[in-house]
Design a protein around this ligand. Structure first.
Ligand SMILES: Cc1cc2nc3c(=O)[nH]c(=O)nc-3n(C[C@H](O)[C@H](O)[C@H](O)COP(=O)(O)OP(=O)(O)OC[C@H]3O[C@@H](n4cnc5c(N)ncnc54)[C@H](O)[C@@H]3O)c2cc1C
Length: 499
């Protein structure tokens, strides 16, 4: 299901697939908001840039976001201060506040029409037990010299017990912004779509990015592909997982409110409004779960629709979509040098569902590193940081899940029979001792795949909401015919012929 942004954006751009080998200064892999922001800044500085995109521009996470542009990343600053100290938290906050200014400056300079508007951002609660965490966050943010307020007044259609409010935050239409950047990029950038990078190798002082058809040789490479597909060195698969969230866009048939809202604790609920073709729409997001874990319609879109109907009984749900983002173990993005063993290879990932500002922070850090300029925020986000893991529970979960999916689940001998699988649904069956992933369409036609992730070999799980095969370890996703949809996997699943 495509997002409201993708469905309502009139895309006038077509880009070729890479067919001949070429060279450039910087090769950027991935054309989401991070990759295109890097291309924008680098070309302004005179670098020759090539962007290689597996699908289409901003068609993945960026095209399915909520597009709040804010430095208020949940109840985050109290956590940062407690775990990393005041100056670290201040650096994180300033970097993201600067990003809001940078985005506005680009929009003004390039005259990008992307429905940008300043909004107040709120983290609120209606739960007495969580109220103290709101007070604590307000105190934490104020200790960073940022003017944050405690309030019980919002424009939401229900009252709140308390909220932490940041002023002068913003929102926009993410596709209009990213394509606006593309239009503003000068001639020294070539963009290729439907071009998947399958490998990167060092050759003398350069890198070669391999695709199916041709190669790109460059001194610098930026991994802007969301979850890096390179495994060693880097080992990002040991330090990042993906989390999915769902969104609906609702015609409430009533005048709507200003402001951007998020609940204090998980499972979160997110609200913002937008106007499409003159009509006010309400966006409700939430129903987070680790990508690849069980979900159904009721627990995802159903739960959001229930919220919509509670406050707007006559509303119509016009769009439903979901996407996922990378979460690092200490909740701070990885930005900068990818690995000490691969000089001139850079990364920006782990934006933990706050990539509108984080991508701008990342683009500035990486571009400064390429041009040899010091960036004041580089050490805060360093991708090669070696710090004690703050989130031990999450680390344990990742190791347990990976072991379970790679080893234990594959040995499990309980399985479904093909007849057990309902029409328009899927599951794993055992045939001649092998596990086979089966999807039965509405007519009973069977599509069979090897249900093993092509990234690191985890056993996939069936997602009945999207009719996809999802990896519970690192979040790769494949359609029911085995086509790879989402990173970090890049290869399709093996297909079986079942008579
Ligand atoms: C439900 C949800 C809501 C969110 N809401 C917000 C919000 O309100 N505010 C906010 O700040 N953030 C939000 N985020 C986070 C934000 O959307 C992301 O952090 C951001 O879009 C990530 O951008 P990106 O460029 O890194 O990744 P992407 O947009 O995924 O771009 C990566 C690109 O790389 C391409 N690619 C992958 N592998 C290869 C390869 N091998 N070769 C070539 N190309 C490749 C992909 O096709 C893709 O186009 C949200 C996230 C989720 C999940």
């Amino acid at each position: 299901m495509n997002s409201l942004w993708i469905e309502t954006f009139d895309k006038k751009h077509e880009f070729p697939k890479l067919s001949n080998s070429i060279s450039c200064d910087v090769c950027i892999i991935g054309a989401g908001i991070f990759g295109i922001s890097c291309a924008y800044y680098l070309t302004k500085l005179g670098f020759n840039v090539v962007v290689l995109e597996k699908d289409e521009i901003a068609s993945k996470t960026t095209g399915h976001t909520t597009a709040k542009i804010t430095s208020q990343h949940g109840l985050f600053y109290n956590y940062l201060i407690n775990n990393f100290g005041i100056s670290f938290a201040k650096s994180y906050l300033n970097a993201n506040e600067n990003a809001i200014k940078n985005i506005k400056e680009i929009i003004d300079t390039e005259n990008i029409s992307c429905d940008f508007s300043y909004q107040n951002s709120f983290i609120y609660t209606n739960n007495h037990e969580e109220l103290q965490s709101i007070y604590d966050e307000v105190d934490a943010v104020r200790s960073l010299d940022f003017p944050c307020e405690f309030t019980t007044t919002t424009e939401l259609p229900f009252s709140v017990l308390g909220a932490c409010m940041f002023q002068n935050q913003a929102q926009f239409h993410p596709l209009k912004y990213v394509y606006g950047l593309v239009d503003s990029i000068s001639d020294n950038c070539k963009i290729f779509t439907h071009t998947t990078v399958t490998d990167i190798r060092q050759s003398d002082n350069n890198y070669i990015c391999y695709t199916d058809n041709a190669n790109v040789q460059s001194k610098y490479v930026i991994l802007a592909c969301h979850y890096p597909f390179l495994k060693i060195p880097g080992f990002y698969f040991l330090k990042m997982y993906q989390s999915s969230s769902y969104l609906i866009a609702v015609d409430t048939k009533t005048p709507l409110f200003n402001g951007m809202y998020l609940t204090a604790k998980s499972p979160t609920l997110s609200f913002r409004t937008t106007q499409i073709d003159g009509k006010d729409l309400l966006l409700i997001g939430g129903a987070d779960h680790k990508t690849g874990t069980y979900c159904n319609f009721e627990s995802t879109y159903g739960s959001l629709e229930k919220v919509a109907k509670t406050y707007y009984p006559n509303c119509d749900v016009l769009y439903r979509w979901n996407t996922r983002d990378c979460i690092t173990l200490d909740k701070v993005p990885y930005i900068g040098l990818y690995s000490h063993y691969m000089p001139n290879l850079y990364v920006g990932t782990g934006f933990q569902k706050w990539g509108m500002t984080s991508s701008n922070v990342a683009a500035n850090i990486v571009v400064d590193m390429i041009r040899g300029k010091e960036n004041p925020y580089a050490s805060t986000f360093s991708a090669t940081r070696m710090q004690p893991i703050k989130n031990k529970d999450e680390m344990k979960n990742m190791v347990v899940q990976s072991t379970k999916s790679i080893v234990v689940d594959k040995l499990n001998s309980s399985y479904l029979k093909i007849d057990d699988i309902a029409l328009n649904s899927g599951g794993i069956v055992q045939i001649n001792g092998s596990k086979v992933g089966i999807f039965k369409d509405a007519t009973g036609k069977i599509f069979a795949v090897k249900p093993v992730c092509t990234h690191l070999g985890c056993l996939l799980s069936w997602n009945d909401v999207d009719k996809t095969w999802d990896c519970p370890c690192h979040g790769s996703r494949f359609d029911f015919m085995g086509k790879n949809l989402y990173d970090p996997a890049i290869e399709n699943l093996e297909i079986y012929n079942i008579e």
